[in-house]
Design a protein. Structure first.
Length: 271
């Protein structure tokens, strides 16, 4: 299932696997984030959610979207951040909050950032908003904003310290240093690095391993881990227990127990 209604992204959904895709389709701009592109990413994610809402009301048809792959068109860049052609629209002294990053981070299903080429500025912030980051060996990462007299402003200085620590974050943001994929892997910025030739198959295999799991449990795990990053242990443990209790009342839990007893593969309904 694909859609041609968008101008700056390609949207598609594989009904057999439950894997969705959003491709930033501005290769001539190195997939820079224009306002239209950000709006269409939000609309694309909402379209996946609408599929799930439709499924919840159909007999024997639960959650549809198991996982989403977010990538950039071409081999030059995943995304180089904000479109500089739109900088003149920014009023001095006013920073406009971009809700797109929050939509990505809070999307119910996991999102994998498939990174090939430059992943800079807002592009790195976009990747950090995803649940997983898988990169090609040719990828390059950095925060160049300081060279324009500004700073990462869409979560970069907030999300990256959780991964690399505060001092390394300050170093990357203050020096505008570019690091390669191996250094990003060592820092923990990316989860896996593959050759460009193997990237597509490796990402699809990784997505498939998650997509074949019970989707309600996968989503609950995402929520629980994200909550742990935003609250204290007491609140996180309370949320974890509530989510765990809720999962025991789902059809998928019943199916999992029955499949285990019958020594067969479970058939997850997402209900």
């Amino acid at each position: 299932m694909s859609s041609k209604t968008f101008e700056t992204i390609d949207w598609s959904f594989d009904e057999q696997t439950g894997i969705g895709r959003i491709v930033l389709d501005r290769p001539d701009k190195l997939n820079a984030l224009s306002k239209q592109c950000c709006d269409e990413i939000i609309a694309g994610l909402q379209r996946f959610e609408h599929l799930d809402e439709e499924g919840l009301y159909e007999e024997d048809n639960g959650v549809k979207t198991r996982i989403v792959i977010l990538e950039g068109a071409g081999e030059d860049a995943f995304c180089v951040g904000s479109d500089v052609d739109e900088f003149h629209d920014v009023k001095p002294g006013v920073f406009n909050f971009n809700p797109m990053f929050t939509h990505v981070e809070q999307f119910p299903a996991p999102i994998i950032a498939k990174i090939d080429g430059y992943c800079l500025g807002g592009g790195l912030e976009l990747a950090l908003s995803c649940d997983f980051r898988v990169a090609s060996e040719e990828s390059e990462f950095g925060f160049p904003e300081i060279q324009l007299g500004i700073m990462p402003g869409d979560g970069g200085t907030q999300r990256l310290p959780e991964i690399v620590g505060p001092s390394r974050t300050k170093e990357l943001a203050m020096t505008a240093e570019h690091i390669d994929a191996d250094d990003a892997l060592e820092d923990g910025i990316v989860d896996y690095v593959h050759s460009r030739a193997d990237l597509e198959s490796e990402v699809f295999d990784f997505a498939g391993r998650i997509a074949e799991q019970p989707p309600l449990a996968v989503r609950a795990i995402k929520d629980s881990v994200n909550i742990s990053q935003e609250t204290n242990l007491r609140v996180g443990r309370y949320y974890e227990r509530r989510a765990g209790n809720w999962l025991t009342a789902t059809e998928d839990h019943e199916e999992g127990v029955q499949a285990f007893e019958e020594k067969r593969d479970p058939n997850w309904a997402g209900q």
